[in-house]
Write a new protein. Structure first.
Length: 405
């Protein structure tokens, strides 16, 4: 590990290991990229050292890199100067060509100012998200045909570390441990972990679960699961990725849930979130900070209903500190693992049938939520999750931070 005049940078060996995991494991559903494929690299300016490692590994694999290099501090000025027409503009021809060209996408998070959008009208941010939603629809459609894979990684910056009270080297220590980069061969370690995650998925999928009852401090929530669902996890879409998750029936969420961890989203922070559901919809919400933005988000189409429910087993994850970034915080281990619930869009991959053949109306009939947003909110408090099966039997599937199966 080394320092330059301005900022701590991990040793190149660590960055190369990170790139190997992202390119040769996380993409391609655990098999990596193939010769002749196109890999789209979306990398912020602050993560430039990792970009060199990523491109090098792509080239070594015989694949073709295309780089989108994103300047730091690029977003706020757009909202300050853009008209409504410019906010709503979506370059269909350009984006369509981009989607058609790519076989894989790597997205790196490297925030240099987590509060860059503070003070920006939340309505503008939501409008922009809605306008860009077609990109994700096209990308999901190609992914569901088995023609595209993607993954997300995190590059530690001084701003990220400072915001959670950590030294940058310690922050990177969490990334290194969390991604198994301290292992002699991280890919072997990831394959072992994914094997155990798949074993647990198999156990869960063998149960005919109708709903999940989550109990914890200030939490008493029932989430409908019902038919036409499988549990997901261990597929490399995120690195790290320890969670096991499912897309619930959006119409069957009832009760109250409180979240212990702050939500960093849209350049702002929302704290102490509490949500109350009736007949699937958020009917009341509270927050000690950021409540206005939370309300704007919930008011977005489909964002008042649940698209994902997830559990992380603390036996898999070496992440022990809150990182202020959902990618890591939804995979935190610690004493009690974590639960996260996503408001907004559901993962259609949870459907066990032929995904491309399902129409939008059929998705909604099956209870799969549709929304331009997908907002993960996290809790690390001790919780018990009880599954109710189709025959009325109840079984505890998660307790004390671990699956009990």
């Amino acid at each position: 590990m080394r320092y330059n005049k301005y900022v701590y940078i991990p040793d190149r060996k660590i960055l190369d290991k990170y790139a190997q995991v992202l390119i040769n494991f996380a993409l391609g559903g655990g098999y990596g990229v193939k010769k002749g494929e196109v890999v789209f690299l979306q990398v912020p300016e602050a993560a430039k050292p990792l970009l060199f490692s990523l491109r090098r590994v792509v080239l070594q694999a015989g694949a073709f890199p295309i780089t989108e290099f994103i300047p730091d501090g690029y977003s706020k000025e757009f909202y300050e100067w853009a008209s409504d027409d410019q906010i709503n503009f979506f370059p269909k021809k350009y984006i369509r060509g981009e989607i058609d060209q790519m076989d894989h996408v790597v997205m790196i998070i490297a925030d240099t100012d987590k509060y860059e959008l503070k003070g920006v009208d939340p309505g503008k941010i939501m409008k922009r998200g809605v306008a860009q939603n077609l990109y994700y629809e096209w990308r999901d459609e190609k992914e569901n045909r088995g023609k595209l894979t993607w993954t997300i990684g995190l590059y530690g910056t001084p701003a990220l570390a400072k915001d959670v009270g950590m030294d940058l080297e310690d922050y990177w220590g969490q990334i290194i441990k969390g991604c198994y980069l301290d292992s002699s061969d991280p890919i072997i370690k990831w394959k072992e972990t994914f094997g155990e995650i798949k074993r647990l998925r198999g156990k869960l999928n063998s149960l005919d679960i109708r709903n999940l009852h989550i109990t914890a401090p200030e939490t008493d929530l029932v989430i409908g699961i019902d038919k036409n669902r499988t549990w997901l996890g261990g597929d490399g879409r995120n690195i790290p990725s320890f969670e096991i998750f499912i897309s619930p029936d959006r119409t069957k969420t009832e009760g109250l849930i409180s979240f212990s961890e702050p939500l960093y989203r849209y350049g702002n922070v929302t704290r102490d979130i509490k949500l109350e559901f009736k007949e699937g919809r958020v009917v009341n919400f509270e927050a000690s900070a950021g409540k206005e933005l939370l309300g704007q988000m919930i008011a977005t189409k489909g964002a008042d209903m649940v698209g994902e429910f997830s559990l992380t087993d603390n036996r898999f994850s070496n992440i022990s500190h809150f990182m202020g970034e959902t990618l890591f915080d939804e995979n935190i281990g610690g004493r009690f693992g974590n639960t996260h619930l996503a408001l907004g869009n559901a993962y259609k991959e949870s459907y066990p049938g032929d995904i491309p053949r399902v129409t939008k109306i059929e998705w909604l009939k099956m209870g799969y939520n549709d929304s331009p947003v997908h907002t993960d909110i996290i809790s690390t408090t001790d919780r018990t999750v009880t599954a109710k099966l189709s025959d009325g039997t109840e079984i505890v599937i998660y307790k004390n931070g671990r699956f009990t199966l």
